[in-house]
Write a protein that binds this ligand. Structure first.
Ligand SMILES: C[S@@+](CC[C@H](N)C(=O)[O-])C[C@H]1O[C@@H](n2cnc3c(N)ncnc32)[C@H](O)[C@@H]1O
Length: 276
């Protein structure tokens, strides 16, 4: 069936991903050896500033044990495994890409977190959960693949409890058209960037109040500069996930940040009732 997301699925098709991950992970020990989420962090945090960004966002969102957390566009599941291991919360992830969800389930088996962390194939615009189910929803480097932002943020609000937190960390349009390909889109056809201000204007009417608002662009640029200076590995090894051309996609992201075309936004919102 073809829909608005065919191009996005194609970008994240990652053929043979689980087999590639299995092969790479033999370096860490035999298949039956349990791994920690931290050991996987160069492979499974698919956003700028990697694990540190997830850790900072979780702190800003006030995640604690006993919470139920949803990671929308959960990729290969690194953020979800890290949150569960660090805070003891339950985490559900949804992602449009079947190979990514397969890989997320495999990696979660390797960390032994299957009782606490789960993944489903689903669209961010049709979340397979009842109203008011979650304490926190995370959205990291996903919104730029979604054109219908009003629906995205309404759907996130729907599954949050009143008073729950929506924590987002995303690429935003800054001062000009980006150079493509970039890590989330090989052409502009699957890239739907908004400015930081337009993002806020799309989020708040869905039933949110802004709690935290940070421009993370300088930190992202510093992180990329540091990675370039330190070279491969242990820098992020996302070529295993995205394929041979990942270095070119990442280089364009850097160029777009340095030239001021794109920025990075961190924001946390509180779910309010729409008439309050
Ligand atoms: C750059 S990756 C980020 C993955 C993860 N959030 C992380 O930070 O590690 C973007 C992810 O968003 C997913 N995605 C894009 N559009 C989506 C949609 N409409 N519904 C669900 N997932 C989507 C992609 O399949 C991909 O896994």
């Amino acid at each position: 069936m073809s829909d608005a997301f065919d191009g996005v699925r194609d970008h994240y098709r990652a053929t043979g991903l689980t087999e590639r991950l299995k092969a790479v992970l033999t370096a860490l020990g035999p298949e039956d050896q349990r791994l920690t989420p931290r050991q996987l962090s160069t492979l499974d945090q698919f956003h700028t500033r990697g694990l540190s960004a997830t850790a900072e966002l979780a702190k800003l969102a006030g995640i604690i044990a006993d919470m139920s957390v949803l990671d929308v566009g959960s990729g290969v599941g690194g953020p979800a495994r890290f949150l569960a291991a660090t805070y003891g919360c339950r985490v559900a992830g949804v992602d449009l890409s079947e190979p990514f969800v397969d890989a997320a389930r495999y990696l979660t088996g390797r960390t032994g977190q299957g009782g606490q962390v789960s993944f489903e194939i689903a669209s961010a615009l049709e979340l397979p959960f009842e109203d008011g189910h979650f304490d926190v929803v995370l959205l990291q480097h996903v919104a730029m693949n979604i054109s219908d932002r009003a629906r995205l943020y309404r759907e996130i609000r729907r599954v949050l409890k009143s008073g729950g937190k929506f924590a987002t960390f995303d690429v935003v349009l800054n001062g000009g058209e980006p150079h493509y390909p970039v890590p989330w889109a090989r052409t502009p056809a699957t890239s739907f960037l908004l400015t930081a201000v337009a993002t806020r204007e799309a989020v708040e009417p869905a039933g949110f109040r802004t709690l935290a608002w940070q421009d993370d662009t300088e930190a992202a640029k510093a992180w990329i500069a540091q990675l370039r200076a330190s070279g491969p590995p242990p820098s992020p090894n996302l070529g295993v996930v995205m394929g041979q051309d990942f270095a070119e996609l990442a280089a364009n992201l850097r160029r777009n940040l340095v030239e001021g075309r794109l920025g990075i936004l961190t924001a946390v919102f509180e779910a309010i009732s729409v008439d309050s």
